[in-house]
Design a binder for this molecule. Structure first.
Ligand SMILES: Nc1ncnc2c1ncn2[C@@H]1O[C@H](COP(=O)(O)OP(=O)(O)O)[C@@H](O)[C@H]1O
Ligand SMILES: [Mg+2]
Length: 337
């Protein structure tokens, strides 16, 4: 009994059948997760999977329809106020005030979150250092790049020493170099701030690089939950990539040979998941030449989280997420500019 209590205490977050329904549609459906102290926990899934709805409930922005959850030991419904004080939130927020400087913005949030006046100056200096915005702290936000704004938002979320930080799509729409930067801050801050991070993303490389554990979500449910290496190991094999002039023809042939679920075409490249890639490669070349398909290149790679998602759902994350980028609201596009 004592052991079990101790174990439960160590969970920073635990949910029991946490559910959010919009009318009869369950955006989040009976979610059971636990997140440990100092973990970076990733929720990975395509657009509409229920990621934002999940963390909105944990942040007490949305009230669950059924089920319950505790964050830092507080009930998200009955003790919403205590939950809020103990967490930091970084959601896509176009409301960030352009007419303030970075430093002013941080002061505003320090006041909002009740950071004692005597601690504000030092805390803000510490945060500016962490997010490497010391040089630009006194410039107006309207002069900041998308990446600088996102860093400032991260800093804002940390100002009141939260125990858990929630990040909703922290690098949505940022260029690859800026994303690398943001990843670095997130990792550093876990080390420096003794904090637990829950992040949502539809970028499989982001989930892979940052998370200690990942819950892959689809249609409001968790499909599989594990560390990134373990998730990839479940596929037990290789991915063969074929670039060919007539890739659809080859794709059909490979489908007939190995089964439809083993292959897909991504950006004009045929990808085949097989147990022993090296053994399959010569046969693919043979199939191609017999059918007058010109193969430009043939590569072998390890499975990634996209392959894992495909394995469990039969779909790719990206199919849906490309649409999401184009479907973004004007406010979201402004926010990441
Ligand atoms: N306020 C709402 N009313 C009705 N449906 C909603 C609302 N918010 C989200 N949804 C729906 O719930 C599903 C999950 O949404 P969301 O949690 O935003 O997904 P994700 O963040 O994974 O893209 C989507 O189908 C979305 O359209
Ligand atoms: Mg979302």
């Amino acid at each position: 009994m004592l052991n079990r209590e101790a174990e439960q205490m160590s969970h920073v977050i635990e949910t029991h059948k946490l559910t959010k329904a919009f009318n009869s549609f369950r955006a989040v459906d009976a979610l059971d997760i636990t997140v440990e102290h100092r973990e970076i926990f990733g929720l990975l899934g395509p657009n509409g999977a229920g990621k934002t709805t999940t963390i909105s409930m944990l942040c007490t922005i949305l009230r669950p329809t059924f089920g319950s959850a505790k964050v830092n030991g507080f009930d998200i419904v009955k003790e919403a106020h205590k939950v809020r004080k103990s967490i930091g939130i970084v959601f896509q927020d176009p409301s960030i005030d352009d007419r303030l400087t970075g430093r002013e913005n941080l002061y505003m949030h320090a006041n909002l979150y009740g950071v004692p006046a005597s601690e504000q100056k030092e805390r803000i200096a510490e945060i500016l250092k962490l997010i490497e915005l010391e040089d630009r702290a006194d410039d107006l936000l309207r002069t900041y790049s998308g990446g600088m704004r996102r860093r400032l938002e991260l800093g804002r979320g940390l100002i009141h020493y939260p125990k858990v930080l929630f990040l909703d799509e922290p690098t949505l729409g940022l260029d690859p170099q800026t994303r690398d930067h943001i990843w670095k801050y997130i990792r550093e801050l876990k080390e420096a701030q003794d904090i637990t991070v829950v992040l949502t993303t539809h970028y499989m490389d982001e989930a892979d690089k940052l998370s200690d554990r990942i819950a892959i979500m689809d249609h409001g449910k968790i499909i599989v939950l594990d560390t990134p290496p373990s998730l990839k190991e479940t596929l037990e094999g290789d991915v063969v990539m074929v670039k060919a002039a007539n890739v659809e023809v080859l794709s059909e042939l490979v489908g007939k040979w190995l089964g439809l679920e083993k292959k897909r075409v991504v950006d004009g490249v045929l990808e085949i998941t097989v147990r022993n890639g090296k053994a399959v490669m010569p046969r693919i070349m043979e199939l191609a030449s017999q059918n007058n398909v010109y193969v430009e290149s043939l590569l072998l790679r390890e499975p990634n989280l996209e392959d894992v998602f495909l394995h469990y759902t039969g779909r790719t994350i990206r199919e849906d997420s490309t649409r999401e980028l184009y479907g973004m609201s004007a406010a979201q596009r402004r926010a990441i500019r």
